[in-house]
Design a protein around this ligand. Structure first.
Ligand SMILES: [Zn+2]
Length: 273
């Protein structure tokens, strides 16, 4: 009697064990997918931050150039003003009209030069104002991105830390369950799971339909599933079907979708502790 129990599980036990295995594997999959997106988001933010830093540096260089232009023009003005003063002094000692005209023209030229410099200074100062605003906007963006990066990084660290312990526990459970299932059934379960988009190799019956592909299950097949005497697969997707009662699922609770939300909310509760 005892030997028989060890050698072969009943169909009921096989299905139950497979479903437990599926639950553990799905939890591992979910952890992987939770972690899977965050590193990418962190990478994106890091790239954007790098881009913003380069942009801010470029704008600062432009501001520096305009400021240099302003001080250069101011130096030009000072030089022109000195010339004007010198020419004006020379006007007192002119010997003839020609000399007077030459000096007057020089004074006029230098005065125009000063006006031109003033115009260029105003233009440069306007540009500086614009660039300062542009820089401020980018600095604000940078701060926002850096704050977001901090959040995402700590979220990722938390998940990695949290899932590491959970995943180790789940992997041990998977190993344990796998040894209970006979190799042929385990191999076909793994094959079904590998080919299934949502990683589900065994699903429970939901509203008279397969919980994997949602195709209706004929009434006779549903009865067979309820009997727990044979391993029955979905005729459409090939997934192994299990009676929800046997799987420990309350039938009034619909769907995979709900199941996932439930798991997530448990995870969140853990986070809040
Ligand atoms: Zn199906």
């Amino acid at each position: 009697m005892a030997r028989r129990e060890n050698a072969e599980l009943s169909v009921e036990e096989k299905l139950k064990t497979l479903f437990q295995l599926q639950t553990s594997l799905s939890a591992i999959d979910e952890n992987k997918s939770l972690r899977g997106e965050l590193p990418l988001e962190v990478q994106d933010l890091e790239d954007e931050i790098e881009g913003l830093k380069i942009r801010i540096e470029k704008i600062q260089n432009e501001i520096d150039e305009f400021q240099k232009a302003v001080s250069d023009r101011k130096a030009d003005i000072l030089e022109a003003q000195t010339s004007v003063m010198r020419y004006k002094n020379q006007l007192d000692d002119v010997k003839n009209n020609r000399e007077y005209d030459t000096l007057s023209k020089e004074i006029e030229f230098q005065t125009l030069e000063i006006e031109l410099c003033n115009k260029k200074i105003r233009e440069a100062q306007q540009k500086i104002k614009e660039k300062m605003l542009e820089k401020e906007k980018n600095v604000n963006d940078l701060e926002d991105h850096e704050n977001e990066l901090d959040l995402k990084r700590s979220e990722l660290d938390d998940i990695i830390e949290e899932t590491r312990a959970e995943e180790d526990r789940l992997k041990i459970k998977v190993k344990e369950l796998e040894t209970k299932i006979d190799p042929r059934l385990l191999a076909s379960f793994k094959r079904i799971r590998k080919n299934a988009r949502n990683g589900l190799g065994i699903v429970y019956v939901q509203r008279d339909a397969c919980g994997g592909c949602f195709n209706k299950i004929p009434p006779q097949r549903q009865l067979d599933i309820k009997m727990h005497k044979k391993v029955i697969v979905c005729e459409y997707c090939g997934r192994i079907l299990i009676d929800p009662e046997l799987a420990g699922i309350k039938t009034d609770k619909p769907g995979e979708e709900k199941k996932k939300t439930r798991k997530r909310s448990i995870r969140r509760k853990k986070d809040e502790e």
